[in-house]
Design a protein around this ligand. Structure first.
Ligand SMILES: NC(=O)c1ccc[n+]([C@@H]2O[C@H](COP(=O)([O-])OP(=O)(O)OC[C@H]3O[C@@H](n4cnc5c(N)ncnc54)[C@H](OP(=O)(O)O)[C@@H]3O)[C@@H](O)[C@H]2O)c1
Length: 311
């Protein structure tokens, strides 16, 4: 049987994915939405922010593979059948990109780059005595695929690491916490807080005024998870008061970030346009093909999303 997959993303290049997948299965029937002729052939879809109404057009759809790690957009589709399997990509290329992004901005916060930039703008020699990385505590919210890889890289750079996850984890070199009390402990010890949480009902609005107040005065915040985990008005208030000295934000409640949003012009905010990391076609293709073969053979899928947990 020739596998058939429907590609639906306006953010990713279909040719790259078709070439990477066909390099493994030359006969692959690869269709690009809205080309759904003979819709009954389509049993799998590879999607990022797929158009609403698409799933309804596919009577034999058995597997949706998210073109990335964060699956919350898929669940925004009211037509998604409750028993449809949703899988995601766990891509080594994306993992390397996100840990590099985290390390880049943790280092920038640790080495006071915003302060040095301000001083340079004023031709002012502002000698800031460097502090060893081991004296800087970095808290990681989310110890999944991306959080663990970031912890590993930050550990090699010498930072003191704290981590938080839903279930209790054990990671070499990381003081791991879970649950409500665990969050308070991580917040209160984070000189730099990095959020790599998925967006689910339990992580929505998690970082609010109380959470920011819990962090040490002058702490920095980096969000590469999802925007709606943060109450943006509360973060702005914490930045205005100086309690949070700087925020690096890659994700927002509304994307693209509206031109009038205060984050753009705030002197203590660095905005990146949700480009911390993307799944790479070549390094992800084997797991997509693996799941198509599992579909063909009726074997259990890999990288399946737990729909009750939402990630
Ligand atoms: N900015 C970007 O470009 C970009 C790129 C890729 C991904 N992302 C975001 O990064 C997120 C994480 O990706 P991943 O591959 O690391 O996901 P993952 O492997 O599923 O890990 C998620 C982590 O978050 C923890 N978690 C989930 N719900 C929680 C809760 N209510 N309380 C505490 N911890 C909770 C999980 O706990 P357990 O360990 O107990 O399961 C796990 O450690 C994605 O969902 C996506 O939103 C952003």
């Amino acid at each position: 049987v020739n596998p058939c997959i429907l590609f639906a993303s306006v953010y990713d290049k279909p040719d790259e994915w078709r070439d990477a997948l066909r390099a493994l299965v030359p006969s692959l029937d690869f269709r690009v939405y809205p080309d759904v002729q003979q819709a009954e052939d389509i049993e799998a879809a590879l999607v990022w922010r797929h158009p609403l109404g698409m799933v309804k057009q596919l009577p034999n759809l058995k597997l949706v593979i998210n073109l990335g790690a964060g699956v919350n957009h898929i669940f925004d589709d009211p037509d998604l059948p409750p028993d449809l399997t949703v899988a995601r990509l766990v891509d080594p290329g994306q993992t390397a990109q996100i840990s590099a992004y985290v390390a880049q901005h943790v280092l920038a916060m640790h080495r006071q780059m915003p302060e040095l930039r301000r001083a340079q703008n004023e031709s002012r020699w502002n000698y800031i005595h460097p502090m060893p990385a081991s004296e800087c505590r970095v808290g990681l919210l989310g110890l999944g695929n991306l959080g663990r890889a970031s912890a590993e890289l930050l550990g090699r750079l010498g930072f003191s690491l704290f981590g938080w996850s839903r279930t209790q984890r054990e990671l070499a070199g990381v003081s791991c916490h879970s649950g409500v009390d665990g969050l308070q402990q991580v917040l209160s010890q984070s000189d730099i807080l990095v959020c790599l949480l998925p967006l689910t009902p339990s992580t929505t609005d998690l970082l609010d005024a109380r959470a920011f107040a819990r962090m040490p005065k002058g702490a920095a915040f980096i969000n590469a998870g999802r925007g709606a985990t943060v109450v943006e008005g509360d973060l702005l208030a914490a930045l205005d008061s100086g309690h949070i000295r700087h925020a690096v934000l890659d994700v927002f409640r509304q994307e693209p970030l509206p031109a009038e949003h205060r984050f753009w012009q705030h002197p203590a905010v660095t905005v990146t346009p949700h480009n911390a990391a993307v799944a790479e076609a070549r390094s992800s293709a084997p797991q997509v093909i693996d799941n198509l073969m599992r579909l063909r053979d009726g074997r259990p899928f890999i990288n399946v999303v737990d729909r009750s947990a939402g990630y």
